[in-house]
Design a protein. Sequence first.
Length: 293
Amino acid sequence: MTKSGFVSIIGRPNSGKSTLLNRLVGEKISIVTDKPQTTRRVLRGILTRPEGQITFLDTPGIHKPIHRMNERMMSSVRGAMADVDLILLIVDASTSFGRGDEFTLDLLKPISTKKILLLNKIDRIQKNQLLPIIDRYSRLGNFEQTIPISALTGENVEEVINEIFKYLSVGPMFYPPDQMTDQPERAIAAEMIREKLIMFTQEEMPYSTAVVIDRFEEGEKIHRIFATIFVERESQKAIVIGKGGQKLKDIGTEARKDLEAFFERKIFLELHVKVRKNWRDDEDTLRALGLVP
């Protein structure tokens, strides 16, 4: 008999949630950058083993919201912690404990679901630095156990999977064995483009951009994807396009490479840049991004 269940991965921005999800399912289904708040909505990753099936929920980083978009992001985090079988709190062990960590623990306190603490990025620290961190979290939080890991290198990730199965009940598989995510292809394409957008604009505007897929035409040999990049100001539009359109071309080229690897076929990608003031507080744009039901 096989086990199945739903497991939420939560944590502060840049704690390594998306890197862990990709490592767990063995495929890049969640974009990864070094910028906080890269993940804006809940993404599901599916791991199927002989023991059963785990559906992971990768969530936006826990933060205090400023815009309506951020409020929606935090609402999705709270929703992802409800009605799941287990919660994984992932913490960046290479950074100092701060108010954001206190805020996260306070968010978890009223939740009765069993929790496992993952101390991530242990490849960046000395092992003897872990003991004080483990002691602090054991005093402040209620965790079934603590597992030091490196989502980047894969250290102890297999142990995490084994432990998760111990907390799951016997049940049916909710997805086909070869399925690794339930994201629509349009959403995957938009995220891959946004990853390259963040990469090429760096510190200039990581939070004020969005990608919407206007058309997604599937073919046997080639997919044709037409997407719009939204920014909030004309000056930002100029940054994205770059001198002579070079930066937009570079974004498209790198995104196309990842899209072709994921979809395993040729990709025609056409990008446009539009200004939409205050889109982070605009319900229509947030709905197009999947942040509003």
